[in-house]
Design a protein around this ligand. Structure first.
Ligand code: UTP
Length: 287
């Protein structure tokens, strides 16, 4: 069983400046929950109980969010607000740990910070910017592939030719309905050099074997220590599998993706969906 998840949140969030100048982008709300809570709930659904956040400057609000809020709880009890109390207490059986990445040197460096927390077991990596509806079974399907193959698994999504230069892109062969055996991968290739349109998105099942490659990795694209480069080196030692997601994934780390995420969840939130649908129709009809 996979019990541990690593959530790197040390990035600078420059695409969301000035909102992210002093507060974490992971705390931007999607309706009444911050982005990071969706990632925790998605992991909770597959039995993950131990969370390690790789944090950086200005990220204290994330620690506070998952901590006990004694005064607030007492107030909610006194005023009989049981529903709200339940909402803020939904993490009681989970464990949260925090390690600071000294500098934002890249996703690969952030994952390397998790080494003391991992020991010998496989673990999930969740990039919380990539929001996936927790009702879809992406992590469960990836864990099933891991259990079957005993090898790392990355989540894949088909992107347009224009978008390949923003992602790690894989070359691989389809070996099942949604499963690929990966032959090679390249971080942020030029359009003409991309080996396919299958992009690695923010869900991984990794094994501790990744750390020895991360430890010796030189900076890659954008001068950052890239997780894709370490995975590429790891391919020499073990097969790596790709799981092509069947649902929508939203990049809440940039403005348009963030708006799409809010609209997706608002249209599915029973308490506001009817009014919101009507509002959207009215707005669209007057422009
Ligand atoms: P992004 O590529 O989205 O970078 O990182 P970013 O800094 O968060 O945002 P922009 O591009 O400046 O707007 C992908 C994930 O890796 C984490 C980020 O927090 C995000 O979850 N990350 C990135 C780190 O934890 N450390 C790093 O050094 C870089």
């Amino acid at each position: 069983m996979i019990k541990k998840a690593v959530l790197p949140v040390a990035g600078l969030g420059t695409r969301f400046l000035p909102a992210t100048k002093a507060s974490p982008k992971e705390m931007l709300p999607i309706l009444d929950k911050p982005i990071i809570q969706y990632a925790v709930e998605e992991s909770q659904k597959v039995g993950i109980t131990d969370f390690l956040f790789i944090t950086g400057k200005h990220k204290r609000a994330i620690e506070d969010h998952f901590d006990k809020a004694t005064e607030l709880e007492e107030r909610l009890i006194k005023t009989g607000k049981d529903e709200l109390l339940k909402k803020i207490n939904s993490f009681e059986n989970l464990n949260f740990a925090y390690i600071r990445q000294k500098e934002p040197k890249g996703l690969g460096d952030a994952i390397l910070c998790a080494k003391p927390f991992i020991f010998e077991e496989a673990f999930a990596v969740i990039l919380s910017d990539d929001v996936i509806d927790p009702d879809y079974s992406v992590l469960k399907d990836m864990i099933d592939i891991y259990k079957d193959k005993k090898a790392p698994v990355v989540a894949l999504e088909e992107v347009s030719n224009e978008e390949v230069s923003r992602y790690g892109i894989v070359a691989g062969e389809k070996i099942g309905e949604d499963c690929y055996l990966i032959r090679d991968m390249i971080e942020k290739p030029e359009k003409s050099k991309a080996p396919s349109n299958l992009a690695i998105i923010g869900r991984y099942i990794l094994t501790p074997s990744i750390f020895k490659y991360l430890e010796v990795l030189e900076p890659g694209k954008g001068g950052e220590i890239q997780l894709t480069d370490a995975l590429r080196a790891l391919l020499k030692e073990t097969p790596i599998y790709g799981y092509r997601i069947k649902c929508q994934r939203y990049d809440a780390g940039e403005k348009f993706g963030y708006l799409k995420t809010i609209i997706y969840f608002a249209l599915r939130a029973p308490e506001i969906s009817d009014d919101f649908r009507k509002f959207l129709k009215d707005q669209l009809s007057c422009i």
